[in-house]
Structures are given as C-alpha cells and as structure tokens.
Design a protein around this ligand. Structure first.
Ligand code: APR
Length: 320
C-alpha cells in the first residue's frame, strides 16, 4: 500500500506585511502549505499568487491559497493571527484595545469553529492582551495559545549584542521575558556570548544602552519607516516558533503564555521561556531570577493584568 503523507497546513489570518512575509518564509522553506486569509477582498489572493509565481525561481512546491473564507483554514496545525490595526496618532491605548479586541474576538470565533484542533500564535498588538482574548474566546487549553513576542525581542537583543562585540549571531544566546513592548525584561545573567555572560564582556553603560535600544526596538523601526511597523524580524520570529512546533524540535523560545502560578503570576499572558513541540506549549522553563528581575517581571505582569481588566470591562467579560 502506498502511504500518502499530506503536508501540514499553516493558516495566517491577516495578509498585511507581517502575515504575507511569514507566509513567504514558510512556503519558500518548504515548511508547510499556507492559507492566507484577509478581510480585504483580493489582497490575500493577490499576494498568494505573487508568492507562488516565485516557485519556479526559488524551487519550492509548497502551496499557498489566498482567501477571505474561514472554511479554508480547516485542518490547520497552526493558525497565526496578525489581523488588525496598529496604533495611529491620536488613538488611545483603550481605543486600540477596543478596535483590535473586536477583530480578534471575531477571528477567535472562527478559529474555534473551523480549526478547533489548531495551535494558535497571536501576533496582533497589544499581543499579550490579544492572546488573552484568543484564549478566552476559543476556549483552547493554554498549551495551544502561544503569543509571539519574546522571540522577536530576544532576537533584537542578540543582534545588538553581536553588533557591539563584533561576534557572530550564532555565538549569542539571549533571553527577554515579560510583556512584549516597553515592559520587557531582558535577562542579563541568561544572555551569553560564546557561553560567557554579557556582563563579563560589555561595560555596564554600553549594556544599558543596548537594553534600552531593545526595549524601543519596535518604535525605532516605526520612526524610520513612518507609515509601517516592523515585519521582517517579526515574521522570522513567528517562523522559528512554527518550525519548532511542526518539526517537534522542543526548542526553548520565550513566548507569551497563560501563567497559572509560574513565576508567581496567575491569569495573565506574559512572556516566559517555553519549550515548543508538536503539542504546542510543552513546558514553562522556570529560571532562578534575581530579586531585581523578579520585581521587573512582577511589574510587567501587573501592567498586563490592568489591560485584562480593561478588556473585560470593554467586552463585558466576554459573556456575549
Ligand atoms: N479579518 C482578517 N483580516 C483583517 C481583519 C479581519 N477582521 N481586519 C484587518 N485585517 C487585515 C488588514 O486588511 C491587513 O491586511 O489585517 C492586515 C494587517 O496588516 P498590516 O496593516 O500590514 O499590519 P502588519 O504590519 O502586518 O501588522 C499586523 O502584527 O506586529 C503586529 O503591531 C502589529 O498588530 C499589528 C499586526
């Protein structure tokens, strides 16, 4: 008997810069087939066709379908959520929370209906809060809702460390925990260059400058690009998470997951190091933090908890 093994399917909701770039990486590397979905008619279809037309040049046979119909996300192993808006001038944090919260609530209903066994990767900002919405509305176990944040923040940190020390990025291990955004907590004792803790390699004031640059990594890009936010590095961060899941590699990648007492935090999605395999979140890695790092993490979690309270008020505790 001939065994026909179907390629895995990854769906991406939102065919904007982050969604389409992630789709391109997945398809070009032959990792999975992709369904790219967007609410704007023709955008997902057009970008998918454009990516497929590169197949003969790049030599890939993986497929991508552009669509506006949620039926097509059926049988997805992973669903990445990038749909939504970024904050515009004059928009308050609550405005954005409301606007993206509504979009994500709708997306979550559709994921629950059409891809009930998938692992969801929330990306839309404010990511830690949108992860909470996806978790609440899908009703998925926490093992299957894993937000992208720490992978990107850690990669930015690692890149700046490599630039500072003129050392290959392959020698650098870096770890950033906490909320995705200016609440992040870079862990210097767990960030090393060829195994040597960064504090032993880089003077304190330079290290502080690098940490600050990492904290503002997203804003630095928006400042340069003006009408767009980052998408190449975010897409690479999403890709690395999906690759560890689909290939069951058990890589430890900092991601935003629902904490149930780990690190002394309960009921909020916060960035922590997690092991990712084909069941999704396999383990939350508990590190011995210094007193200062613990208090920074607690502060970060408190800010996220306030956001969750605001979300519950805005959405009537998701009872509708
Ligand atoms: N359903 C599906 N797609 C939607 C919906 C919806 N309800 N609402 C908006 N979209 C689509 C838009 O049509 C657009 O194509 O989401 C896409 C968002 O793309 P961009 O505006 O290019 O934003 P992008 O840079 O990709 O960032 C997406 O990721 O990193 C975060 O902060 C970033 O929240 C933002 C998200």
């Amino acid at each position: 008997m001939r065994i026909v093994k179907k390629r895995r399917r990854v769906s991406i909701i939102g065919a904007g810069n982050v969604g389409a770039t992630t789709a391109q990486k997945i398809v070009e590397n032959g990792l999975a087939d992709v369904v790219l979905l967007d609410i704007r008619d023709g955008v997902a279809q057009g970008k998918s066709l454009d990516i497929l037309e590169a197949g003969p040049l790049m030599g890939f046979d993986t497929r991508i379908v552009g669509t506006g119909r949620y039926e097509e996300i059926a049988d997805s192993s992973v669903v990445v959520v990038t749909a939504g808006f970024s904050r515009k001038p004059g928009m308050s944090r609550d405005d954005l929370l409301h606007k993206n919260g509504e979009i994500i609530r709708d997306v979550a209903h559709n994921i629950r209906k059409f891809a009930p066994d998938s692992i969801v990767i929330p990306v839309t900002n404010p990511m830690d809060l949108m992860a909470y919405v996806l978790w609440r509305v899908t009703g998925f176990p926490r093992e299957r809702v894993i937000g992208m944040g720490g992978a990107l923040d850690s990669s930015r940190f690692a890149y700046f460390l490599s630039e500072e020390t003129r050392t290959s990025v392959s020698n650098i291990q870096s770890l950033v925990m906490g909320g995705h955004g200016d609440q992040m907590v870079p862990l210097l004792d767990f960030s090393t260059i060829a195994g040597v803790p960064v504090r032993k390699m880089i003077p304190a004031e330079r290290l502080e400058a690098i940490v600050n640059r990492t904290r503002n990594g997203g804003a630095e890009i928006v400042h340069l690009m003006k009408d767009s936010s980052a998408y190449f590095a975010p897409a690479a961060a999403i890709y690395s998470m999906i690759e560890s899941i689909l290939h069951d590699r058990h890589r430890i990648i900092p991601s935003s997951v629902l904490l149930e007492g780990e690190y002394g935090i309960k009921g909020a999605f916060v960035g922590v190091p997690v092991r990712l395999g084909n069941q999704g979140l396999e383990e939350i890695v508990q590190l011995p933090l210094s007193a200062e790092e613990s208090s920074q993490l607690a502060h970060s979690a408190a800010v996220i908890a306030e956001g969750i309270s605001a979300l519950k008020r805005l959405f009537n505790d998701f009872s509708a």
